[in-house]
Write a protein that binds this ligand. Structure first.
Ligand code: ADP
Length: 253
């Protein structure tokens, strides 16, 4: 009896959510609100549950306990296809199929015009290597074709998400923070993508964390702090220690 989900605002609520892989409890009673149209940075040490938390929203997994709502509707009571069609996932581990990079960007977007795709693709093409491949339309990726780096895959997934125009973005930010021209184009593409959408970002760049509307801090599966960058620094707790220990590298783990 599942109905399609129609996201109007994109307010995401975790209601006492716990999750275990087999008997390994990795999220513990998380009560969190991800505000419509805002960017929330998720920070915490490696293994604290950041990736798993975002995967629950697209129902890659379902909570072991508690539930998640979007605009008040439980996501386990709507059709999976309607949920996923309104969520854009951006990461370096994006799954690509054999085909051209252009086709990979246009994947599933049957309504998109050539101009739309070209427009979205400019982020991916910021890298001249990719542009060469993309212009030679026979170029393939995946098993039969070229091997792309994590950063190149991420650009393709940003372009794909721009084209999809989803209400919600789940972003696993690239760990490198190079300040090249290509990187600036990508940051601009990301800024455009995140504008007015509900965004959860597993943040690695200090600038992303500082500019987020809200930050939640995970530690061993528990949400132990939340607030703005300024509020959390004033708290003088976990976030502040994390911030100070990572500051030299400019990158959060
Ligand atoms: P983070 O993104 O903060 O590094 P993860 O959500 O990836 O944390 O992982 C949280 C915990 O869950 C870790 O202990 C990790 O080893 C475990 N884990 C992650 N993915 C799986 C999986 N597919 N199967 C079993 N355990 C997993």
């Amino acid at each position: 009896h599942a109905k399609p989900l129609d996201i109007r605002h994109g307010d995401i609520h975790f209601h006492h959510v716990s999750f275990a892989y087999e008997d390994n409890l990795v999220l513990k009673e998380v009560d969190a609100h991800f505000h419509a149209g805002k960017t929330t940075a998720i920070v915490g040490p490696s293994g604290s549950g950041k990736t798993t938390l975002t995967q629950l929203i697209s129902r890659f997994y379902d909570p072991t306990d508690g539930h998640i709502t979007i605009d008040g509707t439980r996501i386990d009571e709507v059709t999976l296809s309607s949920l996923r069609s309104q969520i854009g996932v951006v990461s370096q581990d994006v799954v690509l199929f054999n085909g051209t990079i252009y086709d990979n960007i246009a994947y599933g977007q049957t309504q998109a015009s050539f101009d739309d795709i070209r427009q979205a693709a400019r982020v991916a093409y910021a890298d001249s290597f990719i542009e060469e491949l993309a212009d030679g339309y026979e170029a393939t990726v995946g098993e039969r074709g070229v091997k792309l780096s994590g950063g190149q895959k991420q650009r393709i997934s940003i372009a794909r998400a721009l084209l999809k125009d989803p209400s919600i973005i789940l972003l696993d930010e690239a760990t490198s923070a190079l300040d090249t021209e290509a990187e600036k184009t990508i940051q601009a593409g990301l800024a455009e993508l995140l504008q007015d959408r509900t965004t959860l970002v597993i943040a690695h760049r200090l600038s992303t964390i500082q500019n987020a509307d809200h930050i939640i801090v995970l530690d061993e599966g528990r949400m132990i702090e939340q607030g703005t960058h300024r509020e959390l620094l004033e708290k003088n707790g976990h976030y502040r220690r994390l911030y100070q220990s990572q500051f030299q590298q400019q990158v959060f783990s």
